[in-house]
Design a protein around this ligand. Structure first.
Ligand code: HMG
Length: 440
């Protein structure tokens, strides 16, 4: 059976930036380290007044098609994952295809277009759909483009405000991929939850503290489900573990949970036992509260051990380097984490060809999915082509007053006149809801 996976990726950040330590924290009267150390974020990306989910997605997809030398005829499927849609009927993929048709000779008339929604996990689900379409042999030799695009904004004053972000990732799904092959096994943890939702509203209603617990609970279930089909996960199996990253502090918690789970009854647990004791076992406690307290204590001690830190610094921390500077991109977030990991390997001359990634996606509402990926021969050339650092460095640094205006404007307040802080540079620009972006 031919291998199927991600052939190439491209990323597009919103062109504005809000600095959390310099601008956000002083305005809120908070210690900047709450954001830089506690949440692990330095800045968020924001869209300029001429950017939205369509333009960011189309810009990422255009870079992807140009770099891979593709024409519309090569593409049999365009799926967009977003939770920031402005249209309840027409999928965002039609708007993005409309943008792209302005600049290529052909068109996407014979491509299947759709839109996927399940909070942040929808990007991974769209990749799954494309994978299944190719594996089923229905692609007629054509490739799929998946675009994960979001403006992740919260109500001003909401605890989530510090974790905002805006950007898109475009992924090319194909046979014999150059970047990563997807493996067959998947694990899911899924349950009806109401800690983060947007019923007919632009900004989410969020119970932030509970959302952290729900993320961890679903992730644990997904890992157990994954192991039930793929066999036990071992620490040594994976070069990197990209997780859904609403903010790096969330991933620190998820990584510790995963570590505890996969080291139970192994030599790693034994090696730690002298220092911090063995992991608490449920059967040794009279009730849940006592057990949970013992687990909390164990996890807190675990995070300070050299053994854990060494694993975390090598396997998880590299996945967070982009997210720290751009914030939560919702559907694109785990795909940003994968890019960050491979970029780190590239920059540190580590050859990860043939090695595995443990990819952990999550969407509120709530569902986690875990699967494995194998890094392919072409990964080095693919990652070398990205210009992530240039894009991130080129963003305009907003003052607080400018941030408030931009925030209002992206709350679909289209009557609000807003200056452009940056100048579009050969990119699609927004020209009104329901109309396609125009290239400037
Ligand atoms: P908060 O309640 O304002 O923050 O917001 P906090 O008081 O919990 O502090 C955050 C961390 O900073 C804590 O660390 C503090 O100790 C630390 P922790 O105990 O968690 O390890 N801290 C400091 N550290 C150093 N120096 C200091 C300092 N002060 C405090 N001076 C909250 C946190 C998560 C509630 C908020 O950011 C929020 O509501 N976020 C939005 C929801 C969210 O991102 N949830 C994550 C899980 S759900 C998810 O990922 C899905 C999502 O992407 C949506 C989707 O799927 O569509 C959101």
């Amino acid at each position: 059976m031919t291998s199927v996976g991600i052939d190439a990726v491209e990323l597009w950040t919103g062109n504005l930036k809000l600095d959390l330590a310099e601008t956000f924290a002083p305005e809120k009267g908070d210690d900047p380290e709450k954001y830089t150390k506690g949440l692990g974020l330095r800045a968020s990306s924001f869209p300029d007044s001429y950017e939205d989910i369509v333009t960011m997605g189309a810009n990422a997809a255009k870079r992807l098609m140009d770099r891979k030398g593709l024409e519309p005829d090569d593409i049999g499927r365009i799926d967009v994952a977003t939770e920031s849609s402005f249209d309840n009927s027409k999928p965002i993929s039609t708007y993005i295809a409309g943008c792209l048709e302005q600049v290529y000779e052909g068109d996407f008339h014979h491509a299947n277009k759709g839109e996927r929604k399940f909070a942040c996990i929808a990007g991974t689900q769209s990749i799954d759909d494309a994978y299944n379409w190719i594996r089923a042999g229905r692609n007629r030799g054509r490739k799929a483009i998946v675009v994960a695009t979001d403006t992740a904004l919260y109500e001003r004053g909401d605890a989530g405000e510090a974790t905002q972000g805006a950007g898109a990732v475009a992924l090319l799904i194909d046979e014999d991929p150059d970047l990563v092959e997807l493996t067959m096994e998947q694990g899911y943890g899924s349950a009806d939850e109401t800690d983060f939702l947007k019923p007919n509203q632009q900004f989410p209603s969020v119970d932030g503290k509970r959302s952290v617990q729900v993320y961890l609970a679903r992730m644990r279930e997904a890992l157990e489900d994954y192991e039930s089909v793929a066999g036990d996960v071992h620490l040594e199996d994976f070069a990197y573990a990209p997780f859904h990253t609403p903010f790096p502090g969330m991933v620190r918690k998820a990584a510790a949970l995963a570590y505890r789970h996969v080291t139970r009854d192994t030599e790693h647990e034994e090696a730690l036992a002298e220092e911090i004791g063995r992991q608490p076992r449920r059967e040794s406690f009279d009730d849940d509260a006592e057990y949970e307290e013992a687990v909390r204590e164990y996890m807190s001690a675990l995070k300070d051990t050299d053994q854990y830190r060494e694993w975390y610094d090598a396997t998880v921390d590299p996945t967070l380097s982009i997210s720290r500077d751009v914030g939560n991109w919702y559907t694109a977030s785990v795909h940003v984490a994968r890019i960050a990991a491979l970029k780190y390997a590239y920059e540190n001359d580590r050859d990860v060809t043939g090695e595995s990634l443990l990819v952990a996606s999550y969407g509120s509402g709530a569902q986690a999915e875990i699967h494995g990926e194998t890094v392919q021969d072409g990964w080095h050339e693919e990652i070398a082509e990205l210009n992530v650092d240039e894009q991130v460095a080129a963003r305009y640094d907003l003052s607080w007053a400018e941030y408030e205006e931009v925030h209002d404007r992206h709350n679909h307040d289209m009557d609000k006149e807003l200056e452009e802080f940056t100048t579009p540079n050969e990119e699609f620009v927004f020209d009104g809801w329901g109309r396609m972006g125009e290239r400037k």
